[in-house]
Design a protein around this ligand. Structure first.
Ligand code: NAD
Length: 260
């Protein structure tokens, strides 16, 4: 059912996005790969996917802080692929610091990349989804779209906003075969959290592995980080026909973090 459809995954040069790209390509889904990577590396990555999975694959390195670059990314994807059937808004950054000193430039970057970019990509994807009467929009929020933690004012704000955006899109598209959902992961083993682990290791004078364990267990009853491909598999399920009634939902995958 999904073979031959096209997925655009923002931030698919690393972590959750890259793992998701592998899971979707394995099903014969064509890919628009995206992320901060130079063009040569990006084109090589797209070539690798095309060869390995026998799918069409395109790369674009748009900086999601720039509205024009997002617009160009979407135009290029639509012109080359014909439609965007599955949109995964995944790209994101983090900065942890007390609100007392939180830098304005970090606030602006986190809101732009983690929230505003999704507004633009959704707006540009909807016409082709509506024309086909089918679409899947999956926004990678976070447990921090549901609850807060210290020192993450911009990230928590952006992720709460992303969940709100997802709900509105779900309502507006409910009669058009388009679902919109947020996934809310707890700790996932990717480069995004390495700085937080390094900070703990330094402050507590413990090893990187011990700091990682401390970080997870401070919040999550399940004492292990998720593998990014677990999120990819969940996204694949949300794309399936069995999931057609799941829309407007904020779906935790968090080792019981938010059950407390
Ligand atoms: P990652 O650092 O491995 O990947 C981030 C991706 O976003 C990369 O491809 C990067 O190139 C891209 N990106 C960053 N800034 C960009 C910009 N200005 N323009 C274009 N692309 C940009 O991170 P990850 O852990 O895979 O995170 C993916 C998503 O999952 C994020 O939205 C993050 O908030 C969310 N998330 C992660 C965790 C976790 O524990 N890792 C938990 C909950 C939610």
């Amino acid at each position: 059912m999904l073979k031959g459809k096209t997925a655009l995954i923002t931030g698919s040069t690393s972590g959750i996005g890259l793992a998701t790209a592998h899971v979707l390509a394995e099903q014969g889904i064509n890919l628009v790969l995206h992320g901060l990577m130079n063009d040569d590396e990006g084109y090589a990555l797209a070539e690798e996917f095309a060869t390995k999975y026998n799918v069409k694959a395109l790369f674009d390195g748009a900086n999601l802080m720039e509205t024009q670059a997002i617009s160009d990314l979407m135009d290029k994807a639509l012109e080359t692929m014909g439609s965007i059937d599955i949109l995964v808004n995944n790209a994101g950054i983090q900065h942890t610091e007390s609100i007392d000193t939180f830098p304005e430039n970090k606030w602006n970057a986190i809101i732009a990349i983690n929230l505003t970019a999704a507004f633009h990509t959704i707006q540009k994807s909807l016409p082709s989804m509506k024309a086909n009467g089918w679409g899947r929009i999956i926004n990678i929020a976070s447990v921090h779209g549901l609850v807060a933690s210290l020192n993450k004012c911009a990230y928590v704000t952006a992720k709460h906003g992303l969940i709100g955006l997802t709900k509105v899109v779900a309502l507006e598209c409910a009669e058009q075969g388009i679902t919109a959902n947020s996934i809310c992961p707890g700790w996932v083993d990717t480069p995004l959290i390495n700085n937080q682990i390094r900070d703990i290791a330094e402050q507590k004078n413990v090893s990187f592995e011990q700091a990682k364990y401390n970080l997870v267990t401070a919040k999550q009853p399940l004492p292990e980080m998720m593998n990014p491909s677990q999120i990819g598999e969940f996204i694949l399920f949300l794309c399936s026909d069995s999931a057609r009634s799941i829309t407007g939902a904020s779906l935790p995958m968090d080792g019981a973090w938010t059950a407390q």
